[in-house]
Design a protein around this ligand. Structure first.
Ligand code: SAH
Length: 220
């Protein structure tokens, strides 16, 4: 069936360029991150009702009480991760797949986990399988990670973590990095943890953000 939602018009491209300019103004400097955001039609990841506002720097509902992260947040987390081509990246919280697609567009091999069955199943459509064969989808509890595919070069958590999940630390390579928003009451502090050769984690602290909670167990 012809799906008008998957048309990327000049208008969409123009709005996307403006979004990229805004992200530059807000301090994003990583050229690969900016190029990925400029290349990916964010309106494909949203209900068609959001078509006209998909390129505003805002989070939007995606069902099941979840949200697609704000573009600034996606850019910020991706920039902190210093993604290189072929990096093996574990993402917790697939949601709309937008963040996973940004990582894949930069050339990472992405393993993404979602705990909401409905969101996991919604991901089995359209252009992903052909355009982004470097994204692999898993239904499960992100606190457990993916031990079968460990170790990872990078780990990104896209929900508010109540604490740093020990199994995700275990599944990170030495020299690898984890970017994680950790609860601080109403907001979360963005942390970047780098695994040292003795197994300890070097911790750097960045801005505050607001995410939906990281929850234990699977739903559905
Ligand atoms: N990266 C997503 C952001 C989605 S919001 C995007 O680009 O759209 C966070 C997502 O994390 C939600 O879909 C939520 O269901 C999921 N989530 C929360 N706790 C989780 C857990 N323990 N394991 C896996 N996914 C989880």
């Amino acid at each position: 069936m012809f799906m008008s939602k998957y048309i990327d018009s000049y208008q969409h491209k123009g709005l996307r360029k403006k979004l990229v300019d805004l992200l530059i103004e807000k301090g994003i400097t990583d050229e690969a991150v900016l190029a990925a955001i400029n290349a990916i039609p964010r309106h494909f990841f949203l209900d068609s009702a959001f078509d006209k506002i998909a390129y505003e720097d805002r989070a939007f509902p995606i069902g099941e009480g979840q949200t697609i992260s704000q573009p600034y947040t996606v850019a910020y987390q991706t920039q902190l991760l210093q993604i290189k081509k072929m990096d093996k990246v574990l993402e917790i919280g697939t949601g709309s797949i937008y963040q996973a697609t940004v990582l894949a567009e930069i050339g990472a091999r992405v393993y993404t986990i979602e705990r909401q069955k409905k969101l996991f199943e919604a991901q089995k459509n359209y252009f992903f399988k052909s355009k982004y064969p470097n994204i692999k989808f898993y239904f499960g509890d992100g606190f457990e990670g993916l031990p079968t595919f460990a170790p990872f070069d990078k780990v990104i958590i896209t929900a508010a973590a109540p604490f740093i999940p020990p199994k995700l630390v275990e599944q990170l390579k030495v020299g690898g990095m984890m970017v994680i928003p950790v609860d601080e009451g109403d907001a979360q502090r963005m942390l970047r943890l780098t695994k040292q050769s003795d197994g300890s984690m070097k911790e750097e602290s960045f801005e505050q953000f607001s995410f939906v909670p990281m929850l234990t167990g699977k739903n559905g």
